[in-house]
Structure formats: C-alpha cells, structure tokens
Design a protein around this ligand. Structure first.
Ligand SMILES: *Cc1c(COP(=O)(O)O)cnc(C)c1O
Length: 474
C-alpha cells in the first residue's frame, strides 16, 4: 500500500466517533441502532476500497470528514425510508404497472383504513351471528351494477383466468382465435396460463381474421370452452375480422360449451361520452349471456389489485367450489378498497370525479393545459430561479395493457436546470425524497401534466426546490 493511501485510511473516523457526530446523532434519536451501525460500516468499507483503488498521484492528502458525514447522513436517511413508497408519476402513462397502476379514491382509502385498523366482518355474518363468506360483501353490489347473476373476487385477473380455465376446461380443449394469444406486461401469456391450468389450447383462424365458422369447425367432443381475450396493449388494424362475443355465445349454446371473455381492463362506463375511444363495457359483455367475464380491479376500474369474475350462477358456483380458490382469495384490504370503489359507480358523475384513474383519463385538455401553466408559474416563483420551463404539447397513454394504446392529448413541461444535463436532472428527480418519475425524449426532460394528482403539485415543488438548493454543492 502506498504510504499516502495508508495515511488517508488512518484519517477515516471510527464508527463510534461518527455515531457521536451531532449531525448523525440527531438522525438517530434515541441512540445508535444496529442497522445504522451496519450501514455506516458498509459505507466506510466502500470508502476504503475507493481510496485503495486510486493511483498514488490522485490521492488527496486530507480526508474531508464533513463531506463524509454529509454522505453518511444521506445513507442513513435513505436506509430509514421504506422501499415501497410514494412517487410522482410524470410519465404520462395513467395506468403504469411499474408505478402501482391505480391510485385509490378517497372513500376507498378511508374504508381500507377503517377495516384494516380494526377487526371487521370479513367472514362474519352479523345477521346470523356466525361465520359468513368474504365473497358475500361485493357480490350484491357487482350483480346490481352489471346485471350479472353471480360474482367472485380473486387476487388479480391472471388468477381469475387461471381459476376459470382450470375449473371449466382442465384436460379438455379451449378454442381461441390466433389473434388473441396475447402477452400482457411480460408475465401474462395466454398460452402459458392455459398450459398451467391443464386446459388444451386449440387455436383457430389467422392473426388478423377469425370467423364464427373457424370456431365451429374446431369444435369436437373434447371441446370445453370458447374463449375470447381482449388484445389489450396491441391492436390489429386494416384487413381484420373478429367474431363478436354474442355470436360465440349463440354457438356455444348450440354445442353446450362454456363461453368466457377475458376483458383485461374491464370498464364499467361508456368512455366515448368523454371523447375517448369506445370500448365494449363490462355490462355489454355480461348482457351477451357469456358464462364468465373476467377483468382487473386496478386498471380502468381504478380500484385495488383484484380479479373480478362475473357470470352465470352455475359457472361461478363451479369456480367457488374449486379448492384452488383458497390460494387466490383476496384479503380484507383488497375487499374494503374494492367495495368502496364500486360504490362510487352507483352514480357515474361520482365515479368520474372521485376515482383518480378515471379523473386523469377524462380530464379535458383545456384543464390539463391550465394545470401546466399554473405549475410552470409555481416552478418559476417557488421552485428556484434557475429552472427553465417550457410548456409543450404531449401525448399521454392509458397504459397497463388496458385500452389499445390510443394516445391521449396532454401537456408537458420541458424542464432544465443548467448546468445539469437532462439525464442528470432526471437522475436527481428519481433519487429525491419524493421521487419524481419523468420522461426523457429527444434529449429533453419532460414532466407530463396529465398524470399529476392534485397532491403531487406541492411534492413536486418541494423536490425541485431541494434539487436547486443542492446544486451549488456539486
Ligand atoms: C392485464 C390483463 C391481464 C392480467 O391482469 P392482472 O390483473 O394484471 O393479473 C389478463 N388479461 C388481459 C387481457 C389483460 O389486459
């Protein structure tokens, strides 16, 4: 070891000394904790490695202890923060699976807290004074909203599809169009889920066209189900033909087969009323008389992660009897959040006003533009004088494998903070106390305003002020 390196290593304070440093002691109110000692040791070990890796001529003679303490303060603050935490979604992707899909509506949060903090009626029938079913809480509400005969909730839509296929078609054939053998979000591939369920995939038609006669000619004594899957995050355009669900239901009735549709996102509202593309609703799918219709709780519905299964009494009853349901059952927090979310759908204006996912999606462009101007003003006034802000037209997306990727008009702030590069600023935003997830496009940092929730505005300003404040130090 070079003598200069050895001298520098000797200047590193001991863990005990560091723990007594006022700045760090203040962070560890009540005395040092084992996790903090470990975090400091780890950081110091890294420092030693760094020094040993430097060429002799690059070695400083003096170790800046105050800078080391500042680094450790950051390390400790970071280690004390939860790993799963809030972020500001400035990506413009409304249902962002990586960012937790749908933020919950206020009534859902309140109901979730109320039931999670106390004992609750999860499996207790108050009228009878004895054991009840966790599925009973939502079935009435769901059948009322959709006119389905019966309903069942599982952990997510993937679980719903798995349970349905296994119950209705294990060891038998399921007929599906080649155009609907989709992969959603990387981990849900229809052929894989089918294999896992024990059902045998029987693909018909071509990628772009599948007619009723294609389904019919595939039916044998081994056929159990005709399945339709929403292609969700992709779309085939041009020379295409898709068989309507109602035609499949009629065909299925003639041959005594089960009919199921995996709607993916499953919207309870007609979005064309808000200037968006028309998507078949859950109610329409149910009204065809399909035996089972499944969709997610945390996509367009705007609730917690869940899989909703609606359908005919007889089919849902079979699913309820499958022992696999025990492994897929939702917990009390899911049910509480979902019940409160679904109650909002009892009046459409209420749903659109209070469910964040629907609110962000249906917000008129004029309002998004107004938010962008207000935010730009606030940044100049309160975020720090060195920010340069420009309002740009942007295209947001629904995301989450929900609707096809039709772009949604939006506004973005192109933000820069010289001398930081857009990449450096993006990194600072991502590493902030309340991380801001932005978009980098054509060497520009963009904050899409459509996906900002009202409470994100103050958080964003705080983060921007902090970043500007640290600029001098680097
Ligand atoms: C999203 C999606 C799924 C998976 O739903 P999860 O709730 O994420 O499990 C399944 N099928 C389709 C068509 C989807 O769009």
């Amino acid at each position: 070891m070079h003598p200069a390196a050895a001298a520098l290593l000797r200047q590193i304070p001991s863990v005990d000394e560091l723990l007594r440093h006022p700045q760090l002691a203040a962070l560890l109110e009540g005395g040092p904790r084992p996790w903090a000692v470990k975090a400091i040791r780890r950081h110091l070990a890294g420092k030693r490695q760094e020094i040993l890796a430097l060429p002799a001529e690059a070695l400083p003679t003096h170790l800046p202890v105050e800078a080391l303490v500042a680094e450790l303060a950051q390390v400790l603050a970071e280690a004390a923060r939860p790993s799963l935490r809030r972020v500001v979604n400035a990506t413009g992707v409304i249902i962002h699976t990586n960012l937790g899909r749908s933020p919950l509506a206020q009534p859902a949060l309140a109901q979730l807290e109320e039931t999670a903090a106390h004992y609750c009626t999860l499996e207790y029938d108050l009228a009878a004074g004895k054991r009840g079913s966790r599925q009973a809480h939502l079935e009435g509400l769901l059948t009322e909203l959709t006119s389905a005969e019966a309903a069942l909730i599982v952990n997510n839509n993937a679980a719903a599809v798995l349970l349905a296929l296994m119950t209705m078609a294990r060891g038998r054939e399921v007929v599906i169009s080649r155009g609907q053998l989709v992969e959603i979000g990387g981990s849900f591939r229809m052929p894989d889920v089918m294999a896992l369920s024990g059902a045998i995939l029987r693909e018909v038609g071509t990628t772009n066209k599948t007619y009723l006669r294609d389904y019919e000619s595939a039916i044998t004594s081994q056929t159990a189900m005709l399945l339709k899957v929403h292609p969700s995050n992709y779309r085939i355009t041009g020379f295409t033909h898709e068989t309507p669900l109602a035609d499949l239901v009629a065909l299925g009735r003639r041959y005594g087969l089960a009919i199921m549709e995996d709607l993916g996102s499953g919207c309870l509202l007609d979005l064309s009323r808000y200037g968006l593309e028309r998507e078949p609703t859950v109610q329409e799918a149910v009204a065809t008389g399909a035996d089972l219709v499944t969709f997610s709780g945390d996509k367009l519905l705007g609730g917690p992660q869940a899989g909703l299964i609606l359908g005919k009494q007889e089919a849902v009853k079979l699913l309820k009897g499958n022992p696999l349901l025990r492994a897929l059952r939702p917990d009390k927090m899911t049910l509480a959040g979902l019940e409160a979310t679904l109650r909002l759908y009892q009046a459409e204006p209420q749903a659109v006003a209070h469910i964040p996912t629907l609110r962000l999606l249906t917000k008129p462009l004029s309002e998004v533009r107004r938010d962008a101007r207000r935010l730009a003003r606030l940044i100049k006034r309160r975020g720090g004088a060195r920010y340069q802000v420009e309002i740009k037209p942007s295209l947001a997306r629904l995301g989450g494998g929900a609707l096809p990727e039709a772009p949604i008009p939006s506004c973005a702030l192109a933000l820069s903070l010289p001398p930081l590069s857009p990449h450096q600023l993006e990194l600072r935003l991502r590493r902030a106390k309340i991380p801001v997830i932005a978009r980098l496009e054509h060497e520009q940092l963009l904050l899409d305003v459509r996906t900002l929730l009202p409470q994100d505005f103050p958080a964003l300003l705080t983060t921007l002020t902090e970043i500007e404040g640290t600029l001098l130090k680097y």
